[in-house]
Design a protein. Sequence first.
Length: 158
Amino acid sequence: MVINSVEAVVASMKQAAGLYHRLVLLVASSGSGKTAVLQEVVKRTNSPRVNLNLELSKRLLELPLRQRVLRVRDLIDGIIDEVGGESVLLDNIELLFDRTLKQDPLRLLQSISRNRTLVAAWNGTLEGGQLIYATPDHHDYRRYPTHQALIVRLEPTS
């Protein structure tokens, strides 16, 4: 199953290269193997993988609360520039959903993906043509139409 998912991600990366927003979302629930798939994609493509929660939180700690909201985009651009590459794999992106940062995570990822292909591990589900993050009772809950990104769904293992 991981091999099929890796191949689907690599194929989607090639397809995304010709799009306006070069964003691929690897969608699955927590603990389903997204990181393992991204690690295999690194081996096949030599694209760097970034733990976005870790790298972004380090940079946000240095900023006053008011500046964090304004600088998120620039900080992520800086992180991606540091690792280099035409394609970058973003793992652990949950910090983008933190309400105190006042970001629209999908729009932010789309914006950043204009100049490079991004593959982001999206901790959520696909239901009824909607990309979902969290549950409706969770304060970070988000719902988007699926046509807004290339999506690779990591099927749950049985």
